[in-house]
Design a protein around this ligand. Sequence first.
Ligand code: PLP
Length: 395
Amino acid sequence: MQQDWDIVRLRAETAGCEQSIFFNNAGASLQPRAVVARVIEHLRLEERVGGYEAADLVASELGRLYDSVARLLGCAPEEVALQENATRAWEMAFYSLRFAPGDRIVTAANEYASNYIAFLQVARRTGAEICVVESDQAGEVDLEALQGLLDDRVKLIALTHVPTNGGLVQPAARVGELARRAGIPFLLDACQSVGQMHMDVNVLGCDMLCATGRKYLRGPRGTGFLYVRSAMLAQMEPPLLDLRAATWVEKGKFEIRGDAKKFETWESAAALRLGLGVAIEYALALGLERIERRVRYLAALLRERLAEVEGVTVWDLGRVRCGIVTFTHELHPAGDVMQWLQANGIAVRTIVRSSTRIDMEQRGLDELVRASVHYYNTEAEVERLCEVLRALNGP
Ligand SMILES: Cc1ncc(COP(=O)(O)O)c(C=O)c1O
């Protein structure tokens, strides 16, 4: 039992806690009431005065979102671009980089499908090669093997910090150290890690990082952001430009802006961004180190209890494990397990092979059940999940 958390208050501030036992925080977490209220309030304002006029009225609050993201990541506000999801953030960074035949993109076995699809497309277009570093005994990227690969051909190291399909936390800071020493750009997909652990881009050593609002940050859907280190900004030309990213200065000439906003578009959902700002401040007020400790504690408890349920195998890799817990049941497909849990008021998700194909193939896995915990979950909810799973085996 953890004493330093006012769980009653946190749950009272989360309307969804009244509806279900929610273990889909890696999908889209339950938003705090204050987040939803801020979104609705702004939509009402837009209804009354018009979208542009409403945005004018909250311009300074919208501007402060860059400061909130910067405090969350330990970077400067000028290094932040707001996006509508993590994928678009990642793509804006990745497709800004230039590759030639023989250039190498180095990645790890747990890379997320959307990122890998982009590698394949760019490899096909440019003749660049994709190198997947082998994993070590614990399932983390093998740092010695990575170091051995880093030569002049490597133009990018791209790593998924926490995969969509398990509790593994990649040793991103060690990878960052190697990348920095070799002078190779390092792109970190932090979609599943931001909001559930303390993050500092200078400790992680990444040059680019993407994240989403709706997962562990508990923000609205349709929000995300990109961090790009100021030293990288000048070398990166966004693959798409509009009149926010650039200015049409003469009939035949445009100028791209200097800060990370060059990766943004002019149009955006102000209400969602205001909600994201509330969600980030909520997380910062609780403290990311505290959140990390509680999430790890609850996930470890869940793994321990799940391992005691007959027929269940827990699959999470890594020396350090986070809030994502994955398992299979020897008698029931993942979809059936999810439905059974859902019918009993418990939200989990399934993971299919194609979302992290390399890792799933290496481990001979087709599908998994994913139960992802957050700090507002309780020990009693963990016990209830296991009890319902036991009932799946029959009386
Ligand atoms: C590791 C990882 N990267 C990227 C994404 C994509 O995030 P978004 O849906 O916000 O674009 C996900 C989504 O599940 C993910 O798990």
